[in-house]
Design a protein around this ligand. Structure first.
Ligand code: AMP
Ligand code: GLY
Length: 420
């Protein structure tokens, strides 16, 4: 199978590594990719947001499957253009990707499908926003309705700050605060059949103890030793399947990766958000644990034959990933700093996924070129072992003024997470 992957972050590096180790994959291309991905795939300098250019590339390389990593190309209609060229795509149409692209659309789908989520108001004026904030009381949750790479959400007890964020966006969703541990649960779907993956937990705030601003994600681990045994079955029955069924009913079948961001509250499971693609950095722990070959699974979803796939197999291990972020992130990150120590980290058994990196040919060095620069993943027999290995490997890496969280998976290892 010849596969073209679209994107160039840590998630796409994880997807490409998994595909490259699958013996059914005979050729692997990635556009635009990154220096890490270049070690396992042939890179093509095509704009991932240009649907016609991506479709032309898929035809040129005779791809049997195109896998779209990030949300922006999906929302731009890359999936539709490639499908129109007759090539199977793992990734939803522009219409179905609105599940991530518009919080208001996703709330509407959930209401129609009876999926439990936070109560919410869509507001377009300061007066509406003020009324909605007062209806719920603190802590306030204010979400930009547009795509914002995980950074459009403000959760605060400061009413003025909540209102200021609302006023800075043209349309916001203001919602009830959900209290309880968060879970990222991914499912692969062909638009009808839904196959859940193993759950992960992400760390959204930039600093230890969940302080500081929201980010795209500073680390993750999987599996979740504290999760209820019936979590996956419950989410499949009450969240994933009804959502997929509702989108199909609306004539916008969802084909690809449905990501449910969940809060396990005392009133039960609630959806915080849906995404239309793998989580980043959750993919960097979930994919290394999957032992079922990835290519056949993604292809089956793309062509509508997920029903005939064997039961998924998982490694009997735990995985932890820690993100190394550039100075300034999640604000404007500083770029151009040399990165060293990746080989030493991998010599310790870790896998270093690259995201915000660039190769500088004049000096033959790898330099930083984005906010989240690397994700260092380690596997272990249990979470404690995986966590220790990930941090030991991270310590080998040098990047001036970089920062990372020191508490990824720490509370889970300590047995300190409880579902209310
Ligand atoms: P989102 O972009 O919707 O995933 O939101 C980013 C992060 O903000 C989530 O992972 C949560 O940590 C937090 N958040 C979003 N919505 C809520 C909510 N209703 N209650 C509590 N926290 C929330
Ligand atoms: N890590 C959160 C996300 O990918 O949206």
């Amino acid at each position: 199978m010849k596969i073209l992957v679209i994107g160039g972050g840590g998630r796409e590096h994880a997807i490409c590594r998994a595909l490259a180790s699958d013996t059914s994959v005979t050729a692997l291309f990635c556009a635009p990719g990154n220096p890490g991905i270049a070690a396992v795939a042939e890179l093509r300098a095509v704009d991932p947001l240009d649907p016609d250019a991506v479709a032309a590339l898929a035809v040129e390389v005779a791809a049997d499957l195109v896998v779209v990593g990030p949300e922006a190309p999906l929302v731009a209609g890359v999936g539709d253009a490639v499908r129109a060229a007759g090539i199977p795509v793992f990734g939803p149409s522009r219409a179905a990707a609105q599940l991530e692209g518009s919080k208001a659309f996703s709330k509407d789908v959930m209401a129609a499908a009876g999926v439990p989520t936070a109560e919410a108001f869509v507001c377009t004026t300061p007066e509406e926003a003020g009324r909605a904030l007062d209806a719920f009381g603190p802590p306030y949750v204010v979400k930009d309705d547009a795509l914002a790479a995980g950074k459009g959400v403000v959760v605060t007890t400061d009413r003025d700050a909540a209102l200021a964020h609302a006023n800075a966006c043209s349309r916001v969703v203001i919602e009830e605060f959900l209290d309880g541990p968060e879970v990222s649960l991914f499912a692969i779907t062909d638009g009808t059949i839904v196959v859940p993956l193993q759950p992960a937990q992400d760390f959204k705030r930039v600093d230890d103890d969940d302080t500081g601003p929201n980010t795209g994600g500073m680390g993750a681990y999987s599996p979740l030793p504290w999760a209820p045994d019936d979590l996956i079955d419950e989410v499949l029955e009450h969240v994933l399947q009804p959502t997929v069924d509702e989108l199909r009913r609306r004539g916008a079948p969802f084909v690809g990766l449905l990501y449910a961001g969940l809060a396990l509250t005392k009133r039960g499971v609630r959806v915080i958000e849906f995404n239309a693609r793998f989580g980043d950095p959750e993919a960097q722990v979930v994919l290394p644990l999957l032992s079922t070959p990835l290519a056949g699974l993604l292809h089956a979803a793309a062509v509508g034959t997920l029903g005939s796939i064997e039961r998924l197999r998982w490694r009997d291990a735990a995985a932890v990933t820690v993100v190394l972020a550039a100075a300034g992130y999640p604000g404007k990150p500083r770029g151009g700093d040399p990165i060293t120590g990746i080989e030493a980290a991998e010599a310790l058994g870790a896998v270093v996924y690259q995201a915000g990196t660039a190769y500088r040919a004049e000096t033959e060095t790898l330099v930083s070129s984005g906010g989240r620069v690397l994700a260092v993943t380690a596997l272990g027999d249990d979470l404690a072992a995986a966590r220790m290995s990930a941090y030991r490997a991270l310590a080998e890496i040098r990047l001036a003024d970089a920062h990372h969280r020191t508490d990824i998976a720490a509370r889970a290892v300590a047995g300190a997470i409880a579902v209310p």
